[in-house]
Write a protein that binds this ligand. Structure first.
Ligand code: ADP
Length: 813
């Protein structure tokens, strides 16, 4: 044969002994068979029964079986038939060994049970040996064939494997991604050309150094941890990581994935991995996210300085390793904020800005951007360029220390005016800015500009709103008439003073909505900004009648602001004051003239005065002096009341006794034609809580007035009656009466009815004012009503005092 691996191959012969199964119930027969077959140098297996034989066949691969026919239990035929039924053993040749019968039927039965031969005892050892040898050889041949087939299959498989490996490598090479494979322990065993090109490292170095050298230091711990977890657990690996591109030293984002390939037993045989460059996509996403966040920060801030500082902070480290914001103030660039990934370098950057302020005429950097309003992008700052721009060695050293690689400067524009510059610099990250980055920076600056504009507008609106709020709280009416003569502002006081609402006037021509404005406008004194004009008093015809206003205006770019106040009351008061001076001087002059005349007459030596005239003149002097004293007292009392200096001593007073006293005093100087009566009344009146002296003065005032304003005579009734928890005093006269419209005004200070109405009866206009103030101070009230038929009725209500038992005793009053 001579084939390598064949059964005659000496080196393999020893291993290829075939098994021969000898089955006989009799040991001497087995011994005999062994003696015959020994020389074949094969492995002999022995079975003493059919069952034994079947067991042996389960354990061994057998080349040929020598089977005794006559056996207790399973005989040879039955055993053979069972062997033939089994798939694994059906092809094993069986040689029946028998001594019993040579008749045809028996032999036939043997063959039909699957025998390949039949030998009869006693048998010729030679023949038996050669027969067995034939089957051994046959077995070996078929074994050999099987081995060859297996070898062929293995070779084919290896070829297929090699081909498939080549195919996947080819596939891997054709991929745009970086593809690699690693051993189960994670050690690289293949990378495609893209990997080699990207990292510019030979494969051997890559295996030796490992992949960690190309991973961004920030991403390394996370990546290492997750890769180890995959190696330990055999789970798929997926990670986003920045890998350093050798061509420019920049780190670019990659999506790294690896899957384990397992053999049939589930053991990992290899890791298949890839790196997909997702840098552009990642940066676009990051940029979007950044813009959204920046937008939110910008929208929320109204202070543009803090906004810009916040933007500088936000940009680091996402789009820059350091960022700087310079704003233009008084024509100069001032650094507002500096942010650096490494806070210790912020100082260095500030130091640089301090020591080497940029030349306003510089042909690059922030000054240039401010001048031109154009952005600047420098993808690569070369060493030569640095040296060229450096002012001196220290400057160069600081700049080098900052490790600048790439930068971009964008102008900050608001309301079409360049406000400043935002600069983004890449250093440690090794990042190189490109047009996409510049677009992002410009977008950011645009949004910041809009935010600043909004903040400015907001501030203006807020200032206006503030001004409007202030305007609404001032007591003066304020309105604005624009250059077109339209009313633009109309404050709350203006509404209150004129009764014209904002809706009535704002947006309408002043001449149409402000009564008499066409005549008045020209008379209103208007000053230029900022001096105020002195106000002019003028009448304004309104629905409620004529009102007097004092008005002035201030002109400015957008029109004229007018301020006015209602002086109607002031004018009336002024009028009253003037009247008072006239009245009081008149009132003083009359008694003074009488005193003067009387005194002069008394002093004349040429006149003989009889006794009666003498005492009459003295009486006049006394009476008129007392009148003068009354007037002066009233004036003093009124001023004390105004100043809040009058002391009130509240005590229990017997109202009727008090009224009685006042009436009695009045009866002493009652003019002719006037009668005065204190009605007895049926109701019991309780004591009142009042200052007795002051209450007496109030009642005296009312009774004096009733007498004084009854020039044609008439009856005066005084009545006391209980009114709830008050006591009411009623003074009714049949005199001149008080017109309904004046009923409340007569209680004002110095207010007197028209002299024609009072037939020139003198007075100061203080009596009722004093009465009202005194009554108020004991929590009472005073008012007037017309009397039935003629005259008026004055009422005074004073709180009743506490019940007597709470007091020291009734005998105290
Ligand atoms: P006087 O009497 O000194 O003027 P009063 O304050 O006492 O000041 O009164 C204010 C005004 O009220 C008087 O000027 C008068 O016109 C009117 N008046 C007061 N009492 C009466 C009355 N009994 N009948 C009519 N008019 C009165």
């Amino acid at each position: 044969m001579g084939e390598p691996g064949g059964p005659t191959d000496c080196s393999l012969g020893a291993h290829l002994m075939a098994n021969i199964l000898l089955v006989d119930d009799r040991p001497e027969n087995l011994l005999a068979l062994e003696g015959i077959l020994e020389s074949l140098e094969q492995n002999l297996l022995y079975a003493h029964s059919g069952e034994d034989a079947l067991r042996e066949l389960l354990l061994h691969d057998v080349a040929v079986i020598l089977l005794d026919v006559q056996m207790p239990g399973l005989d040879g035929f039955e055993t053979a038939s069972l062997i033939k039924q089994r798939e694994r053993t059906r092809h094993i040749p069986i040689i029946f060994v028998t001594a019993i019968s040579k008749d045809e039927e028996h032999v036939f039965r043997g063959y039909s049970a699957g025998a390949v031969d039949y030998v009869f005892k006693p048998f010729n050892p030679e023949i038996l040996r050669s027969k067995v040898a034939v089957f051994i050889e046959l077995h070996e041949k078929s074994q050999q064939l099987r081995r060859q087939a297996e070898q062929l299959k293995e070779r084919e498989l290896a070829e297929i494997r090699r081909e498939s490996e080549e195919r996947y490598r080819f596939l891997a090479e054709a991929q745009p991604d970086q593809i690699w494979t690693a051993l189960p322990n994670g050690e690289l065993d293949y990378v495609n050309q893209r990997v080699l090109d990207y990292f510019e490292t030979p494969f051997a170095d890559m295996v030796a150094d490992g992949w960690t050298v190309v991973v961004h230091p920030h991403d390394l711990p996370r990546t290492r941890q997750s890769w180890q977890r995959s190696l330990d657990t055999g789970t798929a690996f997926e990670n986003e990581v920045r890998l350093r591109r050798a061509s420019d030293g920049s780190y670019r984002w990659h999506l790294t994935r690896a899957l384990p390939m397992r053999d049939r037993r589930g053991e990992i045989v290899k890791w298949f991995g890839s790196h997909t460059d997702i840098d552009d996509q990642k940066r676009a996403e990051e940029a979007q996210r950044f813009l959204v966040q920046a937008g939110a920060a910008l929208a929320g801030s109204l202070d543009y300085r803090s906004t810009l500082a916040a933007i500088a902070k936000m940009a680091v480290p996402r789009i820059a390793d350091w960022s700087r914001v310079d704003v233009l103030e008084d024509g100069k660039l001032r650094t507002l904020a500096v942010e650096h990934v490494n806070p210790s370098k912020v100082e260095l950057a500030l130091e640089l800005a301090r020591r080497y302020p940029e030349d306003r005429e510089a042909a690059q950097g922030p000054p240039h951007v401010v001048r031109t309003g154009e952005s600047e992008l420098v993808t690569e700052i070369s060493e030569e360029r640095l040296a060229e721009l450096a002012v001196d060695d220290l400057h160069l050293a600081i700049v080098r220390e900052l490790g600048l690689h790439s930068y971009m400067c964008v102008p900050l524009v608001a309301r079409e005016r360049v406000l400043g510059v935002i600069s983004f610099v890449s250093a440690e990250s090794g990042r190189r800015y490109g047009p996409d980055d510049l677009a992002l920076a410009e977008e950011l600056a645009r949004r910041a500009g809009t935010a600043i504009e909004n903040a400015q507008l907001y501030r203006e609106v807020e200032e206006r709103a503030q001004a409007a709020r202030v305007l609404d709280t001032v007591g003066d009416g304020v309105f604005l008439v624009d250059g077109e003569g339209m009313v633009r502002v109309w404050n709350r006081a203006a509404e209150a003073l004129t009764g014209l609402t904002r809706a009535d006037v704002v947006g309408c021509p002043a001449e149409q909505v402000l009564p008499g404005w066409d005549h008045l406008a020209a008379r209103v004194p208007v000053a230029g900004v900022p001096g105020p004009a002195s106000a002019e008093a003028m009448p304004l015809e309104l629905d409620g009648g004529e009102r007097w206003i004092a008005i002035s205006g201030v002109a400015f770019d957008e029109g004229t602001v007018y301020a006015f106040r209602d002086t109607t009351e002031d004018r009336a008061l002024e009028q009253i004051r003037q009247d008072l001076v006239a009245t009081v001087s008149h009132e003083l002059r009359t008694p003074l003239a009488a005193i003067y005349g009387s005194a002069l007459t008394l002093g004349r030596g040429d006149l003989e005065l009889d006794e009666a005239l003498h005492s009459k003149l003295l009486e006049v002097i006394v009476e008129e002096s007392s009148r003068l004293a009354d007037i002066v007292n009233d004036l003093l009392l009124a001023s004390q009341l105004d100043a809040g200096r009058l002391h009130v001593h509240i005590e229990r007073c017997d109202a009727r006794a008090l009224a009685q006293l006042v009436v009695e005093a009045a009866l002493t100087h009652l003019p002719e034609g006037v009668s005065l009566e204190l009605e007895n009344g049926t109701d019991e009146v309780p004591p009142v809580a009042a200052d007795e002296g002051q209450l007496r003065q109030v009642l005296g005032n009312l009774i004096d007035n009733a007498i004084k304003y009854s020039p044609d005579g008439g009856g005066i009734q005084i009545r006391l009656e209980p009114a709830g928890d008050h006591v009411r005093f009623r003074v009714a006269d049949q005199g001149l009466g008080v017109p309904a419209a004046e009923e409340s005004r007569i209680f004002e200070k110095f207010y007197r009815l028209d002299p024609h109405m009072t037939r020139g009866i003198g007075g100061t206009g203080l009596g009722l004012y004093i009465s009202r103030e005194l009554v108020r101070r004991v929590k009472g009230r005073i008012w007037v009503e017309p009397n039935d038929g003629r005259g008026s009725v004055f009422y005074v209500e004073i709180p009743a005092s506490e019940p007597a038992k709470d007091r020291p005793g009734p005998d105290t009053w």
